[in-house]
Design a protein around this ligand. Structure first.
Ligand code: FEO
Length: 394
């Protein structure tokens, strides 16, 4: 347990979880995570911004006690998901006079999820401010910076933005501030891919709004604090843009080697044509690595054999996840083999109904891949190259 000072009167009082390896029972966390909670002490009032995951609630309380905090006037809730709100009941036990400050939708969610009484909540609206004496909190209501009720909080005098999930990274570190920008860029990209990418179109506008605030620091609720916000603002500008890269992602699974042979041949053909190829053997890959690759790729080619009457379930998991994450990919195709039938290609394409893609002619063959199959894969590589050229990616 430890606290850090961002600026005079602004403390990190959260919890670091070096050991956590899975989030939402879905997202691998190779670098652990942190649940950042911040204490802002104005000359008249004190506000706590977000709490921590309930598994770490005693660390938050201990940090507050160690700082000698005897009164909290406001608890700002930027997001109702329990990794930030889950310690609210415990904090309210220790600081029963504190008022929760959040937007109307978030009040509904914390009432549903944590049974917080409605009369404990002061509702704020977009652009509203909360004076703390010599410090002022300003609220930006930003739905879909993960959930529909999310908001950002800006500390005007110190120019610190507290965006909760937005701009975060699942990265556990003992340092408060970003130490290795390249490492955090990679971790933040994984986080964006897994959590923010489905809401790309909304977030693009919020990034511009945040730029207009000209923050000196961005202090998210996961990962280290950005002392040089340009890094993460530039990254989000790129990731949320409509620009795709000359890259082909090939998530695949192969049972007896035929689909593997097709993937290998197609990958070589694409490389020979000047494209970057990222194959992911789905039985071995960290699904987060696949998500990162989907941030920039122009094309996805799904490689799957037919199992009984449809795609291999492992391939469908990746396709389903891709549909949820809604990457800005423009072209899709399917390759693989079957022995007695099925509707594998239709099933894959149908499952991508939330991704706006043009379907390129698949290469789906009966039996093991032969010379004609390899020629068909060369034709697919030509088709992909032609589409990338049309889109001016080459
Ligand atoms: Fe970090 Fe959407 O919770």
């Amino acid at each position: 347990m430890v606290t850090h000072e961002l600026k005079p009167g602004v403390l990190w009082v959260g919890a670091t979880d070096f050991d956590r390896r899975m989030f939402d029972e879905l997202i691998p966390l190779p670098n652990g995570t942190s649940y950042n909670s911040y204490l802002v002490q104005g000359s008249e009032k004190t506000a706590l911004i977000d709490t921590v995951d309930p598994s770490k609630e005693y660390e938050l309380i201990a940090n507050l006690v160690r700082q000698g905090i005897t009164r909290i006037d406001y608890i700002v809730v930027n997001h109702a998901e329990q990794d930030h709100s889950g310690s609210l009941p415990m904090v309210l036990e220790f600081f029963p006079d504190a008022m929760i400050v959040t937007n109307e939708k978030c009040r509904e969610y914390i009432a549903d999820l944590l049974h917080i009484p409605l009369d404990k909540v002061k509702i704020i609206r977009d652009g509203e401010t909360l004076p703390l004496g010599d410090k002022t909190l300003e609220f930006l209501i930003t739905p879909w910076t993960h959930w529909p009720e999310t908001q950002l909080t800006f500390l005007r005098e110190d120019r610190i933005l507290f965006p909760c999930d937005l701009f975060g990274a699942h990265f556990a570190a003992s340092d408060l501030f970003v130490q290795d920008p390249a490492e955090i860029y990679r971790s933040a990209k994984r986080y964006y891919a897994e959590i923010m990418m489905p809401f790309r179109n909304s977030i693009r506008g919020y990034v511009e709004r945040v730029k207009a605030l000209n923050p000196e620091m961005i202090a998210p609720s996961h990962g280290p604090v950005h002392q040089h916000p340009q890094l993460i603002l530039d990254a989000y500008t790129d990731w949320t843009s409509d620009v795709v890269k000359n890259e082909v992602v090939i998530p695949y699974v192969s049972m007896h080697g035929s689909t593997q042979k097709m993937v290998d041949h197609l990958a070589d053909a694409l490389v020979e044509r000047g494209m970057t190829v990222r194959p992911f053997n789905l039985t071995k890959t960290d699904i987060g690595e696949l998500a990162i690759a989907l941030v920039d790729a122009a094309t996805i080619v799904v490689g799957t054999p037919t199992v009984i009457f449809g795609p291999h379930p492992t391939a469908m998991y990746a396709v389903y996840l891709t549909n949820l994450l809604k990457p800005k990919v423009r072209f899709v195709s399917v390759i693989g083999s079957y022995t007695w039938g099925g509707k594998t290609v239709d099933a894959v394409v149908k499952m991508l109904d939330h991704v706006k893609v043009e379907v390129l002619e698949p290469v789906y063959v009966k039996g093991a891949a032969d010379e004609a199959t390899l020629q068909a894969l060369d034709r697919l590589a030509d088709d992909i190259l032609a589409k990338h050229k049309e889109a001016r990616l080459v």
